[in-house]
Design a protein around this ligand. Structure first.
Ligand code: TPP
Ligand code: MG
Length: 575
């Protein structure tokens, strides 16, 4: 039996589990691993400028492809830097393995320079976190990590001291990698009949679809047709529910629309399918709720339920359909489908070129939706970009959107676009970045150039941490520490070697945007959008108005009345 360095055994195990790319920054304790990757595997090393960006990129790749993706870092600060990027994957269920290289075992525990105990740190955001303490167990640990990441959809961390990496051991075939297909999962017959009974007796049955509805579009449409049910959805289900769907009434929640919100409030029976929507105030008060989820921990977590069952949405709906009595009454469905159309038309009022030259971000998002390719992928930064992507970027069953809806981190969009473009070199990948978000991890624009990735980065340049500024105002506070003194991002892009465009007026936006999307290679479009664009929730409580009025009074008394009047003018007086 031949001997191999542990680093090589680790890398070969990753490759065996389907890893195509490893995102990271090199460093001494990782040298044996990167060397093995280069000489003994087909795994591509993606040379990032910041490990956090590498975490986002790896997570985006694995989230979309459902393949295992790797990250690797040097000891101490190197592997520590991945934390926020990997928290994103931990929350959105993307299978990622981090090889966190560590100081050699003979100095561990001595407060040696760069010593960081990763276990308590990464245990918080992983499904598996183990240190290799014996070279002979390295293979078993890495394989267990890969299996855990893939089967539990999350982050697995392997802590690998550098002396163990360099040790030669016999590569024993101790475990075979085995990746079964997803099993059929549906409730037992009794439960299927119980669901059918509740749905059959409902007069106004609504459906609330979550990300668990991926791959179940046809079954959902049949269900809606049978029950004459409108279907509202979460933000993470947008790609799977919105397109080709005559029953769609949009999203509920803070970023939702009136029709999605009101339908859920008004139904007498609500069927929740694969959704774990966290804000309890958006659930109905009096409806009977049935919840279907693959994860039993989610059942009844956010609201009281009449019936909770375990199931994959496609398998469960398929089993349920023969038990349903087709309904004929369409009044409930018609009411909310019509309301959805008028709610979308209302949102679109600002999605036009403003006569005074102001660029509303809604208009920018609408143009992106019009001119992006049919199978484009768009990422959006946490901040106001989320709202514009969700509300204005239309999906069609092929297009994909990726936002940080569960972790809610800034600076996700551009690094995630790196991972998507790596995995899908022939698809258009757009990042809708905030000016605050982009600046946070701007160094990785260099990765776009170095790796020749034709990502199109759109910067929502509003000169502020807008989302927070609006939150402050909605709480009646005068905003502070939100101003951003920005560079000309178009010129920054040119300086780092990508094409840069800057637009300040609505009349020129469409023409420049088309040139931007059609140019070869990486490009950045800096769009000076209107500041203080209110992201109106679907349902505004009196307290929101009261707090805005309070902010107005404080702003005027504090000598900042001009911003209040600008906001009033743009959001109310122009209508
Ligand atoms: C890493 C991180 N830091 C801070 C926050 C709090 N936060 C949420 S949105 C936001 C503002 C984002 O500003 P920008 O990227 O400019 O987007 P805008 O809302 O202005 O479009 C902040 C500070 C966060 N979510 N994540
Ligand atoms: Mg901003």
């Amino acid at each position: 039996m031949s001997k191999k360095k542990v680093a090589r055994i680790v890398v070969e195990a990753l490759e065996n589990y389907g890893v195509k790319r490893c995102y990271g920054v090199v460093g001494d304790t990782l040298n044996d691993v990167t060397d093995a990757m280069r000489h003994h595997s087909q795994i591509e090393w993606v040379h990032m400028r910041h490990e956090e960006a590498g975490g986002f990129a790896a997570g985006a790749e694995s989230f979309m492809t459902k393949n295992l993706t790797a990250c690797a870092g040097s000891c101490g600060p190197g592997s520590l830097h991945f934390i926020n990027g990997l928290f994103e994957s931990h929350r959105n269920g993307a299978p990622v393995v981090l090889i966190a290289s560590q100081l050699p075992t003979d100095v561990l525990g001595t407060n040696f320079p760069q010593e960081v105990d990763y276990k308590p740190i990464y245990q918080n955001c992983s499904v598996f976190c183990e240190e290799v303490t014996n070279p002979h167990e390295a293979k078993r640990i890495v394989m267990s990590a890969c299996q855990a990441a893939l089967s539990e959809n999350g982050v697995a961390v392997v802590i690998l001291p550098s002396d163990i990496s360099a040790t030669e051991v016999e590569d024993l075939p101790i475990m075979q990698q085995y990746q079964p297909k997803a099993p059929l999962v549906r409730p037992v017959d009794d439960e299927i009949r119980a669901i059918a009974e509740i749905l059959n007796s409902g007069k106004k049955v609504g459906i609330f679809a979550g990300a668990g509805c991926e791959g179940a579009h046809a079954e959902l449409m049949q269900l809606c047709e049978t029950l004459k049910s409108p279907i509202a959805h979460t933000s993470r289900a947008k790609d799977f529910v919105e397109g080709n769907n005559p029953y769609n009434v949009g999203m509920t929640g803070m970023l939702g629309v009136k029709s999605g919100y009101e339908m859920i409030q008004d139904c007498d029976t609500l069927l929740i399918l694969g959704a774990d929507f966290a804000w309890s105030q958006f659930y109905p008060k009096n409806a009977k709720i049935i919840q279907v989820d693959l994860d039993p921990k989610k059942l009844g977590l956010r609201h009281t339920i009449e019936l909770g069952v375990i199931g994959n949405i496609r398998d469960t709906v398929t089993a349920l359909l023969p038990h349903l009595t087709p309904k004929t009454e369409t009044a409930f469905l018609d009411k909310y489908v019509a309301m959805h159309q008028s709610a979308m038309a209302k949102l679109d009022e600002k999605a036009v070129a403003d006569r005074e030259g102001l660029i509303h971000p809604q208009y920018l998002a609408e143009l992106l939706s019009q001119h992006a390719t049919e199978d484009a992928m768009i990422t959006g930064d946490t901040g106001s970009a989320m709202a514009w992507v969700l509300r204005h970027f239309q999906t069609n069953g092929q297009r994909r959107t990726l936002l940080s809806m569960k972790h809610g981190t800034m600076a996700n969009a551009m690094p995630q676009a790196i991972g998507l473009q790596k995995a899908y070199p022939n698809r258009q990948v757009i990042s809708m970045s905030g000016d605050g978000g982009l600046a946070m991890l701007m160094g990785d624009l260099l990765t776009l150039v170095q790796e020749k990735l034709p990502v199109k980065v759109v910067v929502l340049n509003n000169g502020t941490l807008d989302f927070v500024e609006l939150e402050m105002k909605a709480e009646g506070l005068v905003n502070s520490y939100t101003d951003l003194h920005n560079p000309d991002f178009g010129k920054v892009a040119e300086a780092v070697g990508m094409k840069g465009f800057t637009v300040k007026g609505s009349h020129e936006l469409e023409g420049v945007l088309k040139d931007f999307l059609n140019c070869d290679g990486p490009a950045l479009l800096d769009v000076h959008v209107s500041r203080l664009e209110l992201v109106w929730p679907p349902h505004t409580e009196f307290s929101n108005y009261k707090n805005m009025a309070l902010y107005g009074t404080k702003a005027i008394l504090g000598g900042e009345g001009h911003t209040f009047f600008e906001m009033l003018k743009d959001n109310f007086l122009k209508k």
